[in-house]
Design a protein around this ligand. Structure first.
Ligand SMILES: CC(C)(COP(=O)(O)OP(=O)(O)OC[C@H]1O[C@@H](n2cnc3c(N)ncnc32)[C@H](O)[C@@H]1OP(=O)(O)O)[C@@H](O)C(=O)NCCC(=O)NCCS
Length: 228
């Protein structure tokens, strides 16, 4: 049916951990872990972002099993674009990392894995940002057990700060399936402007339209001033 990795940019992540980082941690303990993390952040093509409860950082191949655990869930995937294969093929996440995510990181896309503080060990979700809007520039998903705590709203605000600041975006377009009220709500809570509805296809065949939204750099500055 659909290609394993091509097209579906709606789920995501990135760069490579230094080989041997895990064994260095085991040998030398927490001090080395902190140093490794600083070195990783400096090497990363994806800026590391901190929020009250989350660390957002590039994904590495070692994150693939956690990604798989949270992502391969019909309740998560059904809301994504039809280009995402379902049933999800075995080995698909690793193929997606190697074939799509890692080569484009920091060039055409920025893909942040979401990790909970204070022990950011397991990837629980992702925010993607794409340089080229088709028409949307951003996508996200979160493992179902973490829904409803405001985590994605927190993550999206940090990514907007980075996009409109460091990365120099002037305007971001967002989309969600009509009826995906959680995703819609995240956009409302982060000040996006509703543009309209148009036909679109999703993994869940009962979803047939998408809602489009936008935020300009000026909107975001204003939003941050009024609701920091
Ligand atoms: C969309 C998604 C990322 C939201 O993550 P989250 O961390 O739960 O989002 P938040 O908690 O920040 O906000 C969710 C909002 O939706 C609201 N909500 C939850 N269930 C709802 C429902 N059935 N109807 C309406 N609103 C609902 C929550 O109350 C919350 O709003 P509030 O803070 O005003 O109460 C998550 O549900 C998900 O991964 N879904 C599957 C993948 C997906 O849809 N990705 C987006 C594709 S466009």
């Amino acid at each position: 049916m659909k290609p394993l990795v091509a097209e579906h940019r709606q789920h995501a992540a990135s760069a490579a951990a230094p080989a041997g980082a895990a064994s260095a941690e085991a040998e030398c303990g927490a001090g080395v872990r902190v140093v490794d993390r600083i070195v990783d952040a400096m090497r990363s093509p994806v800026p590391h972002l901190q929020t009250k409860r989350l660390l957002l950082r590039e994904l590495v191949l070692a994150d693939a099993p956690a990604y798989e655990r949270h992502f391969i869930d019909y309740e998560v995937v059904r809301n994504l674009a039809r280009a995402v294969p379902w049933p999800y093929p075995p080995g698909g996440v690793e193929a997606f990392f190697r074939g799509v995510l890692l080569p484009a990181q920091g060039v055409q896309r920025w893909t942040w894995g979401l990790f909970q503080q204070p022990a950011p060990l397991e990837c629980i979700g992702v925010v993607d940002l794409w340089r080229e809007g088709r028409p949307e520039h951003r996508g996200f998903w979160l493992g179902r057990s973490h829904w409803g705590q405001g985590l994605m709203t927190e993550a999206v605000a940090a990514v907007n700060d980075c996009a409109f600041g460091q990365l120099g975006f002037q305007r971001l377009v967002f989309s969600n399936a009509r009826g995906n009220l959680r995703s819609r709500r995240v956009k409302e809570k982060t000040g996006a402007r509703f543009l309209g509805v148009e036909p679109s296809l999703f993994v869940d065949p009962s979803l047939r339209e998408r809602e489009l939204w936008e935020t300009t750099q000026g909107d975001w500055v204003q939003f941050r001033r009024s609701a920091p």
